[in-house]
Design a protein around this ligand. Sequence first.
Ligand code: NAP
Length: 546
Amino acid sequence: MDATTAAKGPVGVPGSLDFDAVIIGAGVAGLYQLLTLREMGLRVRSFEAASGVGGTWYWNRYPGARFDSESWTYGYSFSKELMQEWDWTEHFAPQPETERYLNFVADKFDLRRDIQFNTTVTAAHYREDTRSWDLTLGDGSRVTTRFLITAIGILSAPTMPNIPGIDAFMGQSCHTHDWPKGGVDFAGKRVGIIGSGATAVQTIQEIAKTVGHLTIFQRTPNWCAPLNNGKISKDEMDAIRSRYPEILARCRETPGCYVHSTDPRKTLDATPEERAEFWEKLYASPGFGIWQGNFSDMLSDRAANAAASAFIADKIRQRVKDPVTAEKLIPKNHGFGTRRVPLETNYYEVYNQPNVQLVDVNETPIERVTAGGIQTSAEEYAFDIIIYATGFDAISGAFDRMDITGVDGVRLKDVWANGPQTYLGVFVEGFPNMLMSMGPHAGLGNYTRTAEYSVEWIAGVIRHATEHGLTRIETTRTGVSEWTDIVLGLGEDQLMNEVPSWMTGVNHNVAGKQVPRVMRYSGGHPAYRAHCNAVAAAGYPHLAQA
Ligand code: NAP
């Protein structure tokens, strides 16, 4: 069979291509994508850089890593049997439990036989003559596939700070994403941590229990709120299980697919007493209620947002004894909820410990990492361990790190140089047969809930291709421009999109990523699903199919 014949053969019929579909990544989205495509009878292979499944939950094994969405809203919903079999032990499960869960899923559905671990996809090049993708793997070997599905996560490309001397440090150091499997012993150690995002917050509150001395280097404080976690008893788990249909229905209705949805009232329509009572209740409640379940205008109206921010600022002042430290911990350049809210357990109380010091690097910038610690403009701090909780080149970063080229060798990185442009967050013009699970400009939120939808929608497109003998699917330019306009338009009145953070694609450690951009669809997941469902029901009108 020559290449042209192979290109025209329906998917599922062995031809000259190695696979019908290749999935990059075996995390939450990738595992389920593998199952959906395998069940369609396709020849599928997953490539995973790690030695095990789990993606985010494989890598981020730093102390204190855990969910901030309710565990019982995070599990897969595609298998009733799976939901019956799995018990969550805490309302916000710690990383080891989630990693165990994803391994349980991989075993239950016998997924490992189609996953090649310890394998990085370094390059993916589209070939028009065969309507297929040529992939290069980390060991230099090559494979070909009709469809390429990226399930590479949105927070999977960790970034180190752009500080000189990192390699000079003689002690132990690592990025939170690349945490050693054997763990790190902090007892009695002098520890420095750079960063104050959700990861740093979880790490700090955990290691503060055992460190000898802890120094936190903070550039931008974040608005943190209590997680209010708790154990789940056997009886409680049984009760949760019986309510799964109701819980999932609720998650389907809310903008972020959490159990929390906004209160229809406007902030300043409520009296100061009503506001205080409402916020006190949210502050004492588990999870993201204070962020996702706040007054309806909290993230779009500046005065409303300022009032909510003042409430949280007072909480910080009440919890941190030293007023100078408290003021340093209160964000001044963005309002509450305009960056993802780190949820915490006794985080602010850590700053009352005599062995904990907060260094504001705006006042005394870090000059370099030395053999023995960190040199700021004011002094050198001596450390045994340095932790880099410095975040990710988010959403598009993992794409940028691969050499992905489409029709005529055009590089994806160049196409997205001024920000991502996609159709539904799934397709890119000029990159036929590449489908992105949870790609830029898709509807994000409670990860498994949104990823499950993304996976099923992609499976629907591939089923459509299979049934119609299609070998080339590409978005039209109109599809991309219409979707990009929708996404940018929806982003306009969102305070969140003005603020530099990973959610707006800003990473000061990455060239060309200094300015906030609209990176996510912000119309709420129900509207996103309605749009995508309508596209599927209409036979994918903006996809050129051949
Ligand atoms: P992040 O929010 O981007 O925080 C990175 C931190 O490093 C920021 O405080 C940043 O300061 C600081 N930083 C970076 N480069 C620096 C430099 N050169 N000098 C000084 N400081 C520097 O990353 P993250 O904390 O890893 O969290 C990312 C997201 O992961 C979260 O928002 C959340 O969505 C997710 N996450 C979820 C959970 C969970 O519970 N499920 C837990 C952890 C993380 P600036 O802000 O000034 O840039």
